[in-house]
Design a protein around this ligand. Structure first.
Ligand code: BDR
Ligand code: CA
Length: 317
């Protein structure tokens, strides 16, 4: 059986690139997208996921609306910095048609649980926004931690500082409690954080090749990603490109050899001034079983080549 993948997204420019990477990867079948909040409200992210899967020629991918806010909060508002980086509509303010599909009527959390029951070790779940949906799934069906193939998340920072403040990476900062529950659950988690995602950068040179394809998907990808690169010129002028955060998590889910990992039991600080920090769990330091891996090195040229080959191939069709 081929590997089955679920993406859990706050769609989002790099989340959209993650969808494109997954759809351009013959090794995996994208069996569904679960929506979360973060770069956008959950409704906007779901709208974007439906619209871009249509544009990429894959209207068969079901999209579920997930939980609309963090476990310890009762609402969510998009931060101005998120709108600056991803645009008001989350996809660089590029206009693409709404899908004529609706989100699935069932719950995203139940979809995740059912998929684990159906596909077991053949399922890889890739969250690239807050960890709220998977934490809720683990609370409802704790046994899925032993049944799922793996979870490859984009979030956190172990060897570098955060991007929200010195401690916190954006996805973890939205719901540190949910991420801590996931990290301590014993589920087989690979953390793909800023340690590696800020090493994989895209520039206007690559987006120009998408525009030159002359297809609607190529033009959309180029215009959307140029918006993101432009925002990075303000938020991170020294980088020289935009960080390919979410697509790198998909890349690692498809091919784990793209990164070097450290086996370590992790936790998230949930109290005090370092709330949101992703760090080794002292209480499980001497536990011989390490359930998590943290990506600390990445083969940048090989990933960028895979990224361009897969996404360009999808946009050409
Ligand atoms: C993460 O935060 C979001 O803005 C991006 O989509 C990515 O998932 C990077 O810190
Ligand atoms: Ca994201």
């Amino acid at each position: 059986m081929s590997k089955k993948m679920i993406l859990d997204l706050d769609t989002g420019i790099d989340d959209t690139l993650a969808i494109a990477y997954a759809l351009g990867s013959p090794e995996v079948e994208l069996i569904g997208i679960t929506g979360t909040y973060g770069n956008v409200l959950v409704e906007q992210g779901v709208r974007n996921a439906l619209a871009v899967t249509d544009l990429f020629g894959h209207p068969e991918v079901p999209v579920y609306a997930g939980l609309p806010h963090a476990s310890r909060k009762d609402s969510f508002e998009v931060l101005p910095v998120s709108a600056f980086i991803h645009g008001q509509n989350g996809i660089g303010d590029v206009e693409i048609p709404d899908s004529d599909r609706s989100p699935e009527s069932g719950s995203a959390v139940d979809f995740i649980i059912d998929a684990v029951k159906t596909y077991g070790k053949d399922l890889v779940y890739v969250p690239t926004g807050p960890m709220t949906n998977i934490a809720a799934a683990l609370a409802k069906a704790p046994e899925i931690k032993d049944e799922i193939g793996k979870i490859v998340l984009m979030g956190g920072a172990l060897t570098v500082c955060g991007n929200v403040d010195p401690w916190q990476e954006a996805n973890i900062s939205q719901d540190p409690d949910a991420a801590d529950k996931l990290f301590r659950s014993g589920a087989p988690v690979t953390m793909v954080g800023l340690d590696v995602t800020l090493q994989t950068l895209l520039t206007y040179k690559e987006t120009a090749t998408w525009r030159e394809l002359g297809t609607p998907a190529g033009r959309f990808l180029a215009d959307m990603t140029d918006y993101y690169i432009k925002a990075y010129e303000t938020t991170a002028p020294k980088l020289g490109g935009c960080g390919l955060h979410d697509p790198l998590a998909v890349g690692v889910a498809v091919d784990p050899t793209l990164v070097d990992t450290l086996k370590i039991n992790m936790k998230v600080d949930v109290e005090g001034p370092t709330r949101g920090r992703t760090i080794g769990d002292n209480d499980r330091l001497n536990d011989p079983v390490k359930t998590m891996q943290v990506a600390v090195g990445v083969d940048v040229p090989r990933f960028l080549n895979e990224f361009m080959t897969r996404i360009t191939g999808l946009a050409k069709a």
